[in-house]
Design a protein. Structure first.
Length: 392
């Protein structure tokens, strides 16, 4: 199971001081947070994509490329790649390039975006949001899977014998999650392709999350990718911790009360009782996070939102220390002990390359008894990985 953090990159005044960071300060803070995530032993850093204030991460590949050069193990992801307003050709080429730069430590989370005005800024209509997501992703898959693509659709100009460059690393495209809070069509899309489904899980009650994840699992099995339990599921989460729970509540309350998204609405106590937001001690975060399994089953990725609502960088880095030192090690152990047999691991590039090589070898062996065994193929992949590490 993978653990990490995701950021929306909001520039929000600190309600305790009234000061807002500059865009430059916020961008630099996000970079520091990503590097801290690797330092404390997390697996994933994910950034959103926004083109409107008060958010700054308008170019995820630029940010993730920078982070790739300064980390060694961290999986670099998006928490939203706007499949609706981005050109699929540009997505195919940008993320294949990033994949090469990061030696495969890249995946994406496709999303429609929730900000209506963004659509016309990129020549689109929000009323076409679902249709754009379906058509654009279908084209993206072909661009990654096929060397030469001839295509015609509704929302962009046709392609004639087009090859996107560079090709995906090792001919294995980045793993794709489809992120959604409320759209069953997106859960259906993830299931159809056998991709991962990521439920944001920070605003809605457990009953809604259960319903969306169960729909995805059932449809994943319907399309023949495996059993419902073998579907690849990720969840968001939102925490604020101090050693003492009362200190956490007292410190976080002004940030919650004035947050752009949920401020000036339900009380902190109401929100924490009705959604997965957890404000308290590390032990309370552990217990609450383990309870997610009760209604979604075994899952593969847990990301936490921690740098939002004006929280200063120093506080966020302290939160990451607690997460990495006291929370995630326990969660790793507990989730592993509870996991049912046959549940797949979280996807990684190396594992997917090895699986593809084994499948190719198995197919070859069926038609040619003299073909190398799957174990020989796996050894070849491991040898290539070691060679890359030595070169690095």
């Amino acid at each position: 199971m993978q653990f990490g953090i995701f950021t929306v990159g909001d520039v929000t005044p600190d309600p305790t001081t009234g000061r807002a960071p500059s865009e430059h300060e916020r961008i630099k803070a996000m970079l520091a947070i990503a590097q801290k995530a690797e330092e404390v032993g997390l697996d994933v850093f994910a950034t959103g994509e926004h083109h409107n204030r008060p958010f700054v991460p308008s170019s995820p590949t630029t940010m993730l490329g920078y982070i790739a050069a300064r980390t060694e193990n961290l999986i670099l992801s998006t928490s939203t790649t706007l499949i609706t307003t981005n050109d699929p050709v540009k997505i195919a080429e940008d993320y294949a390039m990033l994949q090469h730069l990061a030696e495969g430590r890249v995946d994406l989370m496709m999303g429609r975006g929730n900000t209506g005005p963004v659509y016309p800024w990129f020549g689109k209509d929000i009323r076409d949001g679902i249709d754009l997501a379906i058509e654009n992703y279908a084209l993206l898959r072909r661009l990654w899977d096929e060397d030469t693509v001839t295509w015609k659709g509704k929302f962009r100009t046709p392609l004639q014998s087009f090859t996107s460059t560079p090709r995906p690393l090792d001919d294995v495209a980045p793993f794709v999650w489809h992120g959604s809070i409320r759209s069953p069509e997106i859960a259906e899309q993830a299931a159809y392709y056998g991709d991962g489904f990521f439920h944001n899980h920070i605003f809605w009650p457990a009953s809604h999350t259960r319903q969306m994840v169960n729909l995805y699992r059932q449809r994943y099995a319907h399309y023949g990718h495996g059993t419902p339990e073998q579907a690849i599921v990720g969840l968001g989460g939102q925490v604020f911790m101090r050693k003492n729970s009362q200190d956490a509540i007292r410190e976080f309350r002004p940030y919650f009360d004035n947050a752009p998204v949920y401020g000036h609405g339900p009380s902190l106590e109401e929100f924490t009782s009705q959604t997965p937001l957890t404000v308290g001690s590390p032990q309370q975060v552990i217990e609450r996070t383990l309870s997610f399994r009760d209604y979604v089953g075994d899952y593969q990725r847990q990301l936490f939102l921690m740098d939002h609502a004006g929280l200063p960088l120093k506080t966020v880095l302290e939160q990451l220390d607690l997460l990495g030192e006291e929370v995630v090690p326990v969660l790793r152990k507990e989730f592993a002990s509870l996991r049912r047999p046959g549940v797949p691991d979280a996807p990684t590039h190396a594992a997917r390359v090895a699986a593809r090589a084994e499948e190719a070898t198995r197919t070859e062996a069926q038609s040619n008894p003299q073909a190398p065994s799957p174990s020989a193929s796996r050894n070849h992949v491991e040898g290539r990985k070691q060679e890359q590490e030595q070169q690095a």
